[in-house]
Every structure is written in C-alpha cells, then in structure tokens.
Design a binder for this molecule. Structure first.
Ligand SMILES: [Zn+2]
Length: 398
C-alpha cells in the first residue's frame, strides 16, 4: 500500500451535508489517499505522514462529478442538424434515426473506441462516475451490444430500447413495444442496471403514457431499476409515471404542472428531478424552473445528457455554469446537484461526496473555490485528480 498526502487544498468541498447548500466546506484542508480510497481528512496542520505528498498550492478539491444521464454509445455526425436548429428548425426527436443508422453500421471495435474517447473526455473535465444508456441500436442485437460495450466503462448502464420507435417499426408501434418488453429486454437485462423510456406524447417518435408504463413495468419485473425521460418537450405524464413506479429519477422536467411539482416534493426521498440544461442550451428551449423546484423541496440533480442530437457536450462544469446563469441555482446548489444530487439519482451513497473510507474520486480545480466553476465558464479549470493504488496522483494519464 502506498499512501499519498494531498496538502495545500485551499477549499475542500466534502458534500457532507453541513453548511451552505450542504457542501461541507473546509479551508486549509488536507487529505490522505491510500489504495484508491480516502484514508484521512482534516486540517493541513495535522496531516499524518505518507509515502508521497502532493501540494495543490491553494486549489479547490471537490468530489468527482457524477454524470447520471448520458448517451455515449453512438456513431454518426449530427452537427448539421444542430446548425439548422440554430437557424430556427424545431427539435422533435426525429434526428435520432440518423444516429441509429450509423450506430448499427459501426463494428464493435469502432463503437468501443468512440465510447472510450467520450469517457476520457468526461474524466478530463472532472467526471468520475457516469451512467451510460443504449438506445441507438433499437434491435435486439444492437441494444445488447451497446450495453455490453457500455458495461466495459461503468456499472451504471441503462437499457433504453424505448428511446424512439425506429423507422422500420413506425407502421406497427404495438409490435415494437412487444419487442422491447420481450426479447430485447431479455437480451439486455444481464448488461443493465437500469431501464429508461422516452415518455413524450409531444413527439411522434417517442412513447405514450400507456406504452411507457408497459416498458417500465416489464423492466421492473425483469429486475431492473427505473429512470424516465419526461416532460421535455411539453407537459406530459412522465413525472407522474416515474413517481408512481418508484423510478430513481425523472429527467428533463422542463414543462411541469403544479401537480407534477407536488408529487415530486412528496417523492423527494425516492425520485430525483434531474435537470439537463445543456439540452435547453443546444435546442434553444426554455430552461426548467430549478429555483421553484428547489424552493418547493424537490430533490434536484444535474447531468449532461451528452448525446449526438440535443446536447453533444460532456462537460459538467458547463452544466453547472448554465444552472447558475440560466436556472437561478446558486453555485453551491449547482455543485451539490452535480455531485451528491446526481449520486442520489443513481441511488449511490459512496460517490458524490468525500468521506473517509469512500473512493478517492476527486476533482481538482485550477482555482481557489467552487465559485469559479460558473464564474470562469468555458475555461478548463476542472480535472480529475486521478488516484491509483500505486500512489500516483496528478492530471489524467494520457
Ligand atoms: Zn437523454
């Protein structure tokens, strides 16, 4: 075992639940990492002896970001669709078909390489836990292989056969739902922890209330835990279904009724509202009312939704900056939502906070405090402070 003392931490964000926004801020702190775990946290003056010593010279350290919503398994380029949208074309979920075609055509080696590069890109920006969905294969074999590949990078894999109805199935939606709830679910369940559905009656390509309930119920019966894409493009049943079926998270929550907010308040211990402001940015849409949700007592998380159509950004610092600038969250609330809040959306108690005995998933800022994440928007100040059992600590290895 080789222990490394990390000293000179100007601000340590522990997310232990105390103080402003629960951030548990400490100044002049130090910590010791041993065998990939946090072995000690305390005042710099009391740091115990260790084999190695890293001086961060006043930089801030945070729990690694938890990105609880991403779609990294895809091939194909949709930059032209983004450019068209910026000149006024409206997003309705139809462009997903472009990614489906390219993903089906990619071989395993290529697809694995694409996912791997995106994970490295996330890690370089301070993300240490990521959820990855399938959903661009939409056949039994292509969904199973998407999840097999995703599993090579994370345990938080999500079956999303009900992303859209694929073009070849548009004539018989019922048959496609039967495929998703039958053979596709059976092939994918061994590689997935979660199941998700794009519940969006406002898109002709997504799933209705009844279809969504059928997909989620079948997945739950197969032993998967649930998440829901809901209330993205307009008012809809997504929030109500998510709470009714005990989903860990309902994601987007852009168009909510007073009744939706009320059920999310009641379900704050089980169902998190995960906001994805990168999508509103990339589709030039109105942002969710984060301020109202937090003030009402809803459990709120932030995630990237990194995907080729509606937000091809993997940057949690960008998401935090948007949350502060566009959704009325304080910097502290945004950091909490991107760490502990997002861990809660994955029902993970070990990540999204810095605690003795917990994993050394640490992010360092080239700045003295977490305020700089929003203040210095667009500047790459966040990186993962990679910690390995060999005691090596530093910026991400190439
Ligand atoms: Zn999504």
């Amino acid at each position: 075992m080789t222990a490394t003392a990390v000293v000179g931490i100007g601000e340590l964000v522990t997310c232990d639940g105390s103080g402003d926004s629960g951030l548990g801020l400490r100044t002049d702190a130090a910590l010791v990492v041993d065998d990939g775990h946090v072995a000690w946290v305390g005042d710099a003056a009391d740091v115990p002896d260790a084999d190695h010593r890293i001086d961060l010279e006043g930089r801030a350290v945070l729990p690694g970001f938890v990105d609880s919503h991403s779609h990294l398994v895809f091939d194909g380029d949709r930059a032209a669709e983004f450019a068209a949208r910026m000149t006024g074309e409206r997003y309705d979920g139809g462009g997903i078909g472009v990614s489906v075609g390219a993903t089906r055509a990619a071989d395993d080696v290529r697809l694995r390489g694409l996912v791997g590069r995106r994970v490295v890109e996330m890690r370089a920006q301070g993300t240490t836990t990521v959820e990855i969905k399938g959903g661009y294969g939409l056949t039994v074999d292509d969904e199973a292989r998407s999840l097999r590949i995703a599993r090579e990078f994370t345990t938080e894999t999500t079956f999303l056969g009900a992303h859209v109805v694929p073009p070849e199935a548009r004539g018989d939606r019922a048959a496609y739902v039967e495929l998703v709830t039958g053979p596709m679910l059976e092939a994918c369940a061994p590689h997935a922890r979660w199941a998700d559905v794009f519940c969006e009656p406002n898109s002709a390509h997504a799933f209705t209330e009844d279809e969504s309930r059928a997909v989620l119920t079948a997945a739950r019966n197969a032993g998967l835990e649930l998440r829901v894409h809901g209330n993205q493009l307009g008012p809809g049943p997504g929030v109500q279904i998510a709470v009714e079926l005990g989903a860990a998270s309902v994601d987007h929550c852009t168009f909510l009724s007073a009744a939706d907010v009320a059920v999310l308040v009641d379900a704050a211990d089980t169902t998190v509202a995960t906001l994805l402001p990168g999508v509103e940015f990339s589709t030039r849409s109105p942002y969710p009312d984060a301020r109202a949700l937090i003030d009402a007592g809803v459990s709120v998380a932030l995630a990237s939704d990194c995907n080729p159509g509606t937000c091809y950004s993997s940057s949690m610092p960008f998401v935090i900056a948007l949350a502060v600038r566009e959704m009325g969250m304080t910097p502290g609330e945004a950091v909490w939502a991107a760490t502990r809040g997002s861990a809660k959306a994955l029902r993970r108690d070990d990540v999204g906070r810095i605690t003795v005995g917990g994993p050394a998933d640490l992010t360092v800022l080239d700045a003295p405090s977490h305020l700089h994440l929003a203040y210095r928007a667009g500047v790459p100040i966040a990186s993962t402070l990679v910690t390995r059992s060999d005691g090596w600590v530093g910026s991400p290895r190439p």
